[in-house]
Design a binder for this molecule. Structure first.
Ligand SMILES: [Zn+2]
Length: 289
């Protein structure tokens, strides 16, 4: 079983850092509170998210009540007698039960859980169920782009090109939930080799238009990159109208963003003027292939 799981993990076409992370999870090589307690490094064993159970490997990835809801929202089932399974056995069951395409999503979900857990423990940032689901779905789509072409749906193809040297490429993906009037943005930053460097997702305030949603997503991309210290970038979004508006109205970029920032996000700091190079690109989606 060890050999089979090893091949399944290293055979996945997802970013190397995610495969490495999964291999560490399988080998229990992660500092959960339980493992830190065993090494006499931590005194508190309880999960920072639910405050109910001991935070061990199975709890972080499978049993925490919040994360169970994420698995359900992503439409994964649990095995019979799953409660007795080790993390290792459960992952083997998941890989045997679901197709190869789903393996990448499962992998991304586990990685996102650990990422979210660390943000909660170290920064106090609590990502909700919906935010994690949006992140997993969008990150999966965006990382697949790094391979060249993505068949995003049955009738569309998206092409992703790496940035030149000394630049990073920031891809943003905006979502707009009409009923809740909420927006979500997923930001993925990659280098010239297509390797993903960082990613984040955010759910924000009610907005009135798709245009504002796209601008907010781009603003998040800029802010996230700035916070990480990247100052030369290609900022790529899939809204042609927004990208064209920004390109044609260069002098008013700051105004355009800051108005939205003031009205919708209510943040005062505007980092845009501090960037050295920003190139705005439109991520082309060609229909009809
Ligand atoms: Zn928990």
């Amino acid at each position: 079983m060890e050999q089979k799981l090893f091949k399944q993990i290293w055979g996945l076409s997802c970013p190397l850092k995610i495969r490495i992370a999964l291999w560490k999870f399988v080998n229990a090589d992660v500092p959960t509170k339980s493992s830190l307690y065993d090494k006499c490094i931590a005194s508190n064993l309880i999960c920072s998210r639910c405050h109910i159970d001991v935070e061990n490997l199975n709890h972080v990835f499978r049993f925490c009540v919040f994360l169970r809801d994420v698995w359900v929202a992503l439409e994964y089932t649990t095995p019979m007698h799953g409660a007795q399974m080790s993390f290792h056995e459960w992952l083997s069951w998941m890989f045997d039960t679901y197709t190869k395409t789903k393996h990448i999503e499962i992998n991304t979900t586990l990685w996102a859980f650990w990422f979210a857990r660390n943000r909660l423990v170290h920064e106090g940032t609590n990502q909700g169920v919906r935010e994690l689901v949006v992140f997993v779905r969008s990150y999966y789509q965006l990382t697949t782009l790094a391979g060249g072409a993505l068949r995003a749906s049955s009738n569309s193809i998206v092409r992703w090109y790496p940035p030149p040297r000394d630049f990073i490429k920031v891809n943003v993906d905006a979502g707009f939930q009409l009923e809740q009037k909420k927006t979500s943005s997923v930001v993925v930053i990659r280098d010239e080799n297509g390797q993903s460097l960082e990613a984040c997702s955010r759910i924000t305030y009610p907005v009135l238009s798709m245009f504002a949603t796209e601008v907010i997503a781009l603003t998040h991309g800029l802010r996230f990159s700035y916070e990480l210290g990247f100052l030369s970038m290609i900022l790529e979004g899939d809204s042609k109208s927004v990208i064209e508006k920004i390109r044609s109205d260069k002098e008013n970029i700051t105004t355009c963003f800051s108005v939205v920032l003031e009205i919708v996000i209510s943040e005062s700091l505007n980092p845009i003027s501090k960037f050295i190079n920003i190139i705005y690109e439109y991520l082309r989606v060609n229909y009809g292939f």
